[in-house]
Ligand binder design. Sequence first.
Ligand code: SF4
Ligand code: MG
Length: 302
Amino acid sequence: MSLLTVDDLVVEHRSPGRPVVRAVAGASLDVRPGEVVGLVGESGCGKSTLARAVCGLNPITEGSIAFDGQPVTPLGLRRRKLTGIQMVFQDPYASLNPRRRVGDQIADGLRTAGDTTTTPADLLERVGLPRDFAGRHPHEFSGGQRQRIAIARALAARPRLLIGDEPISALDASAQSQVARLMRDLAVDSGAGLLFISHDLSVVRLIADRIAVMYLGKIVEVGGTAEVWAEPRHPYTKALLQAIPKPDGLGVLPAELPGDVPDPANPPEGCRFHPRCPLVMDVCRVKEPEFGPVACWLHEPK
Ligand code: SF4
Ligand code: MG
């Protein structure tokens, strides 16, 4: 049973005097309870737009999002609390209120959940911080500690789905895998799903049960982490994996793959990856491969 089902989602960005941009251009994805799904792809591919739509923060142009069998509609924050989805953002400096004690900010989440037995100090302990940090202000902490506090605040609301939108990219290398593993452990322990968005495939590999690869607004490949890692099938996934230095698996995606990144306002005809694909065929230039789990004409389902 799925906790989150994103079905053929389209999200368009419209601004006056500019062409319409289909930031999410027909993406399908699901997350089950207790499951960690890593959503990867280069920056600008639509990962954050998809996440914001799941939280009801971006209007849906076409397609649908269901959480727990209920449609998610863009009613904003109130809806997000009601549906039990919490998001942890890239920048813990911006997401915490600098003027309020961290304990008070965590207490807001506990109130949302109607939890009268857990204390902010309990949650700080769960994210690996000293209990007496509750009385301090955000500026007294490092980036990694602040992100732990943001996670404690998200957990306080007892989410059934936790979304991390590049939650580790602003942290230094030593904190990155610690925070990623912490999010995984906390989500799985509480039976919540985790949608973990990152451009760093090597960290996603450490924590995700499944990987979804996004390119120019589409999910181009979904599969079990071990399978995708051992045998990537979409040429874009292959290129991403080849970009990572192998021995210890640590590294990040290149800013660009060979060839130009197409303009999302004017995507290529047919397969969106075709101008950069080393295996391009005639059909790829004219017809979009609209199927999963690998959206590529080389892997058309029989
Ligand atoms: Fe390459 Fe064609 Fe597959 Fe697109 S559909 S990734 S162009 S082989
Ligand atoms: Mg983003």
